[in-house]
Design a protein around this ligand. Structure first.
Ligand code: FES
Length: 75
């Protein structure tokens, strides 16, 4: 949710993640598999909007990428 990411649509990406996971920022799924946090900047602004899952960095993420990204961790 840093400026570069926010301007490039991070809010919509985050909203989709909330909906898909049934979480709000700072919450964890009942099975402990996913937690969701918004942060200000991870220093990869050139790739905005950016999200990370564990140590994996995803750049230039769109709302349409979320299903594909989550599928990697739910299969
Ligand atoms: S604002 Fe998103 S990585 Fe810097």
């Amino acid at each position: 949710m840093g400026t570069a990411c926010y301007v490039k649509g991070a809010g919509d990406v985050f909203d989709k993640l909330c909906k898909k996971l049934g979480l709000q920022s700072g919450q964890c799924t009942p099975d402990g598999r996913f937690s969701l946090d918004a942060c200000r900047c991870i220093g990869a602004c050139g790739l905005a909007p950016v999200l990370t899952v564990n140590d994996e960095v995803y750049g230039k993420v769109t709302v349409d990428d979320i299903d594909t990204i989550l599928a990697k961790y739910t299969g």
